[in-house]
Design a protein around this ligand. Structure first.
Ligand SMILES: *[C@@H]1O[C@H](CO)[C@@H](O)[C@H](O)[C@H]1NC(C)=O
Ligand SMILES: *[C@@H]1O[C@H](CO)[C@@H](O)[C@H](O)[C@H]1NC(C)=O
Ligand SMILES: *[C@@H]1O[C@H](CO)[C@@H](O)[C@H](O)[C@H]1NC(C)=O
Length: 536
């Protein structure tokens, strides 16, 4: 009897055990016969860009196929599902991005478009963003049809390239403007929405990869170019958070992966580092990444020299500086700022062995950063008229403007345009600061009467802004308003064609479009500096 009960309970227990669902492999891992971590989606699926399902009824063992063959077979069948789902979610959206002009995004991403965009990236953007290798991108393009991760990467890259002014597409029926037109922001923003939407099809946050992180960075670039600064900030934060999840800020995490993977990770970390700092200065945002790992080394790639210069330019703008900048700290010293100016002046060698467009970015950033430091000096009351250090005088922005004019006249318009509005905003900030100085400081007449003065520098900077694509319509009206408010007398000193452009772009437009600054605290990205000038 007792034995019988015992036996019965043993049987019960064992059958109960039997019915516990054992950790199940997902459908794809099951078919590929690889270990599955049973997450949703599982590690291997998100790595391979397969959609992860647990639908199949466990089958009896079948004939074994090669893993490689199975994975391509799985991808082939999922390709259709992915694209169907993508267009499904496009249709069901409340703000439909599908446009009568463009139709389905997957039809738009023609081989020619993808080729133009990737070529443009490697020729013009790669030196500043050396985070993708050609072979790797080619592989992503080949996998686009069946990998959500690759599809999102390539789509976001194309979107970013189309939004940055400068890309020329020949005879394509999908252009915003005439064939050969160099701006395609509508097409770009359509593709950006497509990338965001399709990416939601897998859990990229729980299963991040370097590719996911780069995709977030490209999406940030798109939003920045479209003046969507809140969305841009979120994508940038997403990229830096993913970088931290992947351990990129930790030198010890570079001990394991292979050399190529490591160097990609390292460059991506520093790219995000620089981007975040520029954004913190422009839009008054806090930082998340710090200089915690070593720089990339030149022995892998001597074309990295310019990228390393860029990192070094932004490196001094650390938490201390940003804390002073966003006014959460007050312990600023004139010595620190004078030293920083000195560092900035010496930061770049006379001869830059980089591509022209990279040199344009470096030289413009240098002058812009000098302007930012000067603004902090003036808001802290550190300037005087007769300081022996010109960087601590009121007229320093005139010197900066002179230097900026001298460097930008060396560069072709296209080499500057590839940097999009990022570069225009920097020139804009320098010009606005110059206007403030001209309106408030008694500019001593030049000791050399035949040398150009601040008005000439201003005219040249405004001419540059009006020439760069994307500059005239948005930034000229803002400058016009600023001149009217602070220094109307200089309007008559503008070159006639510029004055005409400024008048035709009228101030009414600027009221509709708002200002480039998302903080709303100041009408320009420069802080209001007027009250700090001595009355003398
Ligand atoms: C992926 O599959 C391999 C076998 O090919 C296995 O060793 C590994 O643990 C799996 N990784 C994950 C994250 O499931
Ligand atoms: C400039 O860079 C190229 C490769 O980008 C390299 O081959 C060349 O030696 C460099 N020249 C100088 C003067 O550093
Ligand atoms: C200001 O910047 C510092 C440094 O990045 C940051 O810790 C702080 O949270 C920021 N404060 C505000 C209000 O943004």
């Amino acid at each position: 009897m007792l034995l019988g009960l015992l036996l019965l309970s043993m049987i019960c227990i064992s059958s109960w055990n039997m019915s516990i669902p054992t950790k199940r492999a997902c459908d794809a891992c099951h078919r590929r016969k690889v270990r599955c971590n049973s997450h949703q989606p599982c590690g291997n699926c998100s790595q391979a860009g397969l959609s992860c399902t647990y639908d199949a009824i466990p089958q009896k063992k079948g004939p074994k196929g090669s893993r490689a063959k199975v994975i391509s077979e799985l991808r082939e069948t999922q390709k259709q599902t992915d694209l169907a789902q993508a267009s499904q979610s496009r249709r069901s959206s409340t703000s439909p991005p599908s446009s009568p002009k463009y139709g389905r995004a997957s039809d738009l991403l023609t081989r020619e478009l993808v080729e133009s965009c990737t070529e443009f990236f490697f020729v013009h953007m790669y030196p500043t963003m050396p985070v993708l290798y050609r072979a790797q991108l080619q592989q992503a393009v080949a996998e686009m049809g069946h990998s959500v991760e690759s599809y999102s990467l390539v789509t976001s890259l194309c979107a970013f390239m189309l939004i940055q002014p400068g890309i020329m597409l020949k005879n394509s029926p999908i252009l915003d403007g005439a064939p050969g037109s160099a701006t395609n922001p509508k097409l770009g923003s359509f593709l950006m929405e497509e990338a965001v939407r399709v990416r939601k099809g897998y859990d990229y946050i729980e299963n991040p990869s370097i590719t996911t992180c780069i995709t977030s960075f490209f999406l940030f670039g798109c939003c920045f170019g479209l003046h969507k600064h809140n969305s841009g900030w979120l994508h940038l934060r997403e990229a830096t958070a993913l970088a931290q999840i992947l351990g990129m800020q930790d030198e010890s995490s570079y001990a394991f992966d292979n050399v190529i993977e490591n160097s990609r990770k390292r460059r991506l970390f520093w790219l995000l580092f620089v981007t975040e700092r520029a954004y913190a200065l422009q839009k008054h945002r806090p930082l998340t990444l710090h200089a915690t790992i070593g720089l990339p080394t030149l022995d892998q790639d001597s074309s990295l020299a310019g990228f390393i210069h860029l990192v070094n330019l932004y490196r001094p703008f650390d938490d201390n500086f940003i804390g002073l900048w966003n006014k959460s700290r007050t312990d600023c010293s004139p010595f620190t700022l004078a030293h920083l100016q000195q560092q900035l002046t010496e930061a770049l060698p006379t001869f830059l062995n980089t591509t022209e467009s990279q040199a344009a970015d470096l030289r413009t950033s240098q002058q812009w950063l000098r302007t930012m430091v000067w603004q902090l000096s003036i808001t802290n009351g550190f300037l005087s008229s007769n300081s022996p250090d010109t960087s601590m005088t009121f007229r320093f922005p005139i010197e900066i403007a002179k230097d900026l004019v001298a460097v930008t006249t060396q560069f072709s318009i296209q080499s500057m345009e590839v940097h999009g509005i990022g570069l225009i905003e920097k020139v804009f900030d320098v010009a606005c600061t110059l206007i403030d100085v001209m309106s408030c400081v008694l500019v001593p007449s030049s000791p050399h009467p035949y040398e150009p003065g601040p008005q000439e520098y201003l005219n040249q900077l405004l001419t540059l802004i009006s020439t760069l694509r994307g500059g005239e319509s948005r930034y000229l009206p803002l400058i016009m308003t600023k001149i009217r408010d602070t220094l109307p007398t200089i309007l008559s000193a503008l070159p006639p064609d510029l004055a005409k452009k400024m008048a035709s772009n009228g101030a009414d437009k600027s009221q509709h479009e708002g200002t480039p600054s998302s903080t709303g605290s100041s009408p320009y990205s420069t802080p209001p500096i007027l009250p700090y000038y001595p009355l003398a």
